[in-house]
Design a protein around this ligand. Structure first.
Ligand code: GLN
Length: 456
């Protein structure tokens, strides 16, 4: 009830949700009954979870933030949603996003712009801006987002919450609307590391419905939160931390750089040895990402033809049915990506763009692997600035793409990364949060959560 009343109070100002469930109270009462009857309940019993609207839910619409899917109701739950429900979690609603995850502000949603709870004239980040804002304003306990190039981590940074991008393959993508399948992962938001880790544990593991989901065992991420290790004077003694030099370049706000340097000192106080390391291929990540993500999306989005899903614009001749449904159904950013991707994949340009970008991806993957052989974790800002004003970058796609520089490499390398608040810069009413990104070795989310828990 307390979350629901907070939701009613804040939602008109924030617009985090595209759909709200009308069954929350009823589902919560059912859990109360089970508890009163001494029946077993799951570890997420009664926990309100918000779900990004590109993740399928059978009992609520799932639009991906796109007109092309307006009113679409999938006949099934995504695996991550099914697991949450099986453990007693209650899905409170579907959150706003940039159309199909393409964007960094939620301004690319076909339906509404979400506001940042720290300053409602600013963007919450994106594309999972609704899920980040909802946790930040305590409209729910935890939420699911998706991260193809930073869409969990950058909004976590802008909204001052914890955001976790798992290793590629840790969480099933079944029921996540495909943007760029080799980069997409479902990720978690929480207001603490413990909440975020518990949610990750709930949704992780192999799924026969997603052939890319990993068969590796899922450690009990949550058990370590009960430990009191952090009371020791140097709880992280011996941990080798590499601060990525290229992420503290000229283009990064000075306030962000000081917050990250402050975080590095805090890690040293906790016993870590922090050294600056160089990843010379770092700046290649952005162009490689935008070629690969656009190429994959141009192929994935061909399924929205007005016949199989969602909106159909004319029932005339077949080719005009496709054309009209797609021209009216997709927004400008999605069209830009489809055109860019189709161009990069076309016969005459494939070698110059797509193939080269794949080669760059291999170089990036190797350089991260080498850096993580020498260091336990790598750190960087989560974004080059704090949250900016709504409208500021709306008409300048390249400026918006440039803001993804801190996060895209991690997806290209398939690694896990955790973002947590580490300071503030001036702005808004009470300052604007800055997020620290911690990058770990593949499938070592456990270490990131441990360090994050001690750090916070
Ligand atoms: N902003 C990036 C993009 O537009 C990342 C989005 C995401 O992670 N879904 O592609």
């Amino acid at each position: 009830e307390s979350y629901l009343s907070r939701l009613r109070l804040t939602e008109p100002h924030l617009r985090s949700f595209l759909h709200l469930s009308d069954a929350v109270s009823q589902q919560a009462s059912r859990i109360d009954e089970l508890i009163a009857g001494n029946e077993q309940v799951g570890p997420l019993a009664g926990v309100l979870v918000a779900v990004k609207d590109n993740i399928c839910t059978a009992d609520m619409p799932s639009t991906g933030g796109s007109r092309v899917l307006e009113g679409y109701r999938p006949p099934f739950d995504a695996t991550a949603v099914r697991k949450i429900k099986e453990l007693g979690g209650i899905v409170v609603g579907k959150t706003n996003l940039d159309e199909f995850g393409m964007g960094s502000t939620t301004e690319g949603s076909a339906f509404q712009v979400t506001a940042n709870p720290w300053d409602v004239s600013r963007v919450p980040g994106g594309s999972s801006g609704g899920s980040a804002a909802a946790v930040s304003a305590r409209q729910c306990v935890v939420s699911l987002g998706s991260d193809t190039g930073g869409s969990v981590r950058q909004p976590a940074s802008f909204c001052g919450v914890v955001g976790l991008k798992p290793t590629y393959g840790r969480v099933s993508r079944y029921g996540l609307m495909a943007y760029a399948s080799s980069l997409d992962v479902i990720g978690c938001f929480g207001s603490s590391i413990a909440d975020t880790g518990i949610l990750l544990h709930a949704i992780s593991g192999h799924d026969r419905l997603d052939a890319t989901s990993s068969k590796r065992e899922v450690p009990d991420f949550a058990s370590q939160f009960a430990s009191t290790d952090f009371l020791e004077s140097k709880p992280l003694k011996g941990l080798r931390v590499g601060l990525i030099r290229e992420t503290l370049d000229d283009g990064v706000d000075s306030g962000v750089i000081s917050a990250i340097r402050g975080a590095a000192l805090h890690l040293e106080d906790l016993g870590c040895s922090v050294s600056e390391i160089s990843l010379p291929s770092f700046s290649l990540g952005l162009p490689a990402y935008y070629i690969l993500a656009a190429s994959e999306s141009s192929s994935n989005l061909s399924r929205y033809d007005g016949v199989r899903y969602g909106n159909q614009v004319t029932a005339g001749e077949l080719t005009s049915l496709y054309g009209d449904s797609r021209s009216k159904g997709f927004g400008p950013e999605v069209k830009r990506r489809i055109l860019t991707g189709t161009y990069a994949l076309s016969a005459g340009y494939y070698d110059a763009y797509y193939k080269r970008a794949q080669q760059v991806r291999t170089i990036i993957r190797k350089s991260f692997k080498a850096a993580l052989d020498e260091n336990d974790i790598l750190i960087s800002p989560a974004a080059p600035s704090a949250a900016y004003k709504i409208g500021e970058k709306k008409d300048d796609p390249l400026a918006m793409y440039a803001g993804d520089i801190m996060t895209v490499n991690v997806n290209l390398a398939g690694l896990p990364a955790l973002v947590l608040p580490c300071g503030f810069v001036e702005g808004g009413v009470a300052g604007l949060p800055v997020g620290l990104q911690m990058i770990g070795a593949a499938f070592d989310e456990e270490k990131l959560l441990k360090v994050g828990h001690i750090f916070e």
